[in-house]
Ligand binder design. Structure first.
Ligand code: ARG
Length: 281
């Protein structure tokens, strides 16, 4: 009797399947570093909105050339961080769990994203608890991973679980550079992740090791250029180009890295994933 060989962790690219995604993005016309709410931000140094727009356009073009759908929300003047669409909500199964920002400076983004989602047919829950959308909630096939420690409250994890009907697993972030879960971890398809262990508490690290024995474990150098703020469609991984170690590992594992330069947006503490909200039907 013959047995099918187990899939090797480094299976060839042909075995990885890309799924078409629907993304919501916000052109950074009003982008700036005007306040500091994370250690990446230096208002003295500011930022160049024109350069940010050009880099953002290359990210949007990368998604379009991979065959993904990109929807746009109008940027609002006076909301320099609105480009980080991931923070606008968490959308699963046509239902949108709305955001409630931790900092006053970003609070007005929540109703703008909620209005767009309502207008486009999503059922939106206005949350009771502080949470920054997909910045702190990452969706896998069988569970949602949720960050806490800097922005999103644990009560929001429970609120999201109840509204979306998906199990939510709490992970504690401990390094202020990695203030959102999506700065330290990204899903690799529906059942695996890549992450930087140093961003997590010992207990949460143990949870990640148990859930994902086959994870891509990234080092500090890749994490420090926001390499973990990546978007994987099952085969392609849109990733900051400076994360060279991670890019090599992903290639070895049979993924296709798609490097992008978002250095201007990193001045606000954001990367490709931060600029991208997934709309899951
Ligand atoms: N300056 C923004 C903040 O501190 C950056 C948000 C990045 N978004 C993300 N999903 N990690 O809130």
């Amino acid at each position: 009797m013959s047995v099918m060989p187990a899939t090797e962790p480094g299976s060839p690219p042909s075995e990885r399947t890309a799924l078409r995604r629907r993304f919501l993005m916000c052109r950074p016309e009003h982008f700036d570093v005007a306040y500091a709410i994370n250690p990446w931000m230096d208002p003295e140094q500011g930022a160049d909105a024109g350069r940010a727009v050009r880099q953002w356009e290359s990210l949007r073009d990368a998604y379009l050339s991979l065959g993904h759908e990109v929807h746009l929300i109008d940027p609002v003047e006076g909301l320099p961080d609105m480009v980080f669409a991931a923070n606008g909500a968490l959308v699963v199964g046509g239902r949108a769990y709305g955001a409630r920002f931790a900092h006053e400076e970003r609070r007005a983004e929540a109703p703008a994203y909620a209005a767009w989602l309502k207008d486009h047919g999503f059922e939106v829950l206005e949350p009771l608890y502080t949470n920054e959308g997909e910045g702190d909630f990452l969706v896998l096939d069988d569970m949602i991973l949720a960050g806490t420690g800097f922005r999103t409250e644990i009560a929001a994890h429970q609120e999201a679980q109840e509204f979306l009907g998906r199990p939510v697993v709490t992970l504690r972030l401990v390094d202020p550079r990695f203030y959102h879960l999506d700065t330290a971890l990204f899903p690799l398809g529906g059942d695996n992740v890549a992450y930087y262990p140093g961003a997590f508490s010992p207990g949460s690290r143990a949870v990640l090791e148990r859930l994902f024995p086959d994870a891509v474990v990234a080092g500090e150098e890749d994490a420090a250029v926001l390499g973990l703020n990546s978007v994987c469609d099952g085969r392609n991984v849109v990733v900051n180009e400076e994360a060279t170690g991670l890019i090599a590992t992903l290639r070895d594992r049979g993924f296709t890295p798609v490097p992008v330069d978002l250095s201007e947006l990193r001045k606000a503490g954001g990367g490709p994933k931060c600029c991208t909200l997934e709309l899951r039907a």
